[in-house]
Design a protein around this ligand. Structure first.
Ligand code: SF4
Length: 205
């Protein structure tokens, strides 16, 4: 069983400033960037959104964007044709139903195209500091290696298990820290186990 005190102090020591690596300056830009990040890297999304958001400067402009142009701008992202439609549709929903603002309402967000629970939680944690977790591939791998979750656990189960050990006030911060830990240290291939202070709890050893 993982020692949670050690886990949190190690994460604080390694990643005191862990944060969302998607670049955005407005709430709708974050929502769209997170939707675009499915099955692709934050770096690729940032490259695409730098062009997209400088060409379409407001959510109203994005709502009227030309589909083939958006497809071209985001063409290096996986599933870009579906995502391009989602970008425009999300912008249209925000403009017509929510005065151009991202609603702090789970049902409303989940009704938008391309928005699932992970995207919703990521946006709510980031924009509203809600104590919710976005469980991505890194969160899943780390949970299984550290015995926080079992190999067969679903994403929902992993989320529940994390929530049972992370104090509410540090959920958002810990979410970013574990994502960074998985992305840069406890990598899928060649994790840096020789220097890992959590080795004693790790199933890889
Ligand atoms: S020992 Fe290796 S696999 Fe285990 S948590 Fe640390 S880095 Fe990850």
């Amino acid at each position: 069983m993982i020692n949670t005190e050690l886990l949190f102090s190690y994460l604080d020591e390694k990643y005191p400033d862990a944060h969302c690596e998607l670049v955005y300056s407005k709430d709708y830009e974050l929502l769209i960037a997170v939707m675009l990040s499915a099955q692709t890297t934050d770096k690729s999304v940032n490259q695409a959104t730098a062009i997209l958001f400088s060409k379409y400067k407001t959510v109203e402009e994005l709502a009227k964007a030309d589909l083939s142009d958006v497809e071209f701008i985001i063409r290096h992202l996986g599933m870009y044709q579906v995502k391009a439609k989602n970008v425009i549709k999300i912008a249209q929903i925000l403009v017509t139903q929510y005065h151009g603002k991202v609603p702090h309402d789970s049902e409303a967000l989940l009704a938008m195209p391309g928005v699932g629970n992970k995207t919703k939680n990521c946006v709510f944690g980031e924009l509203f500091n809600d104590p919710v977790l976005a469980v991505d591939t890194h969160m899943q791998r780390v949970a299984k290696r550290l015995g926080i979750a079992c190999e067969k656990d679903s994403v929902e189960k992993i989320e529940q298990k994390y929530m049972s050990i992370i104090p509410k006030e540090r959920v958002v911060k810990t979410n970013h820290q574990i994502i960074w830990f998985g992305r840069y240290f406890c990598k899928a291939l060649s994790p840096e186990c020789a220097n890992c202070k959590l080795k004693q709890f790790c199933k890889n050893h």
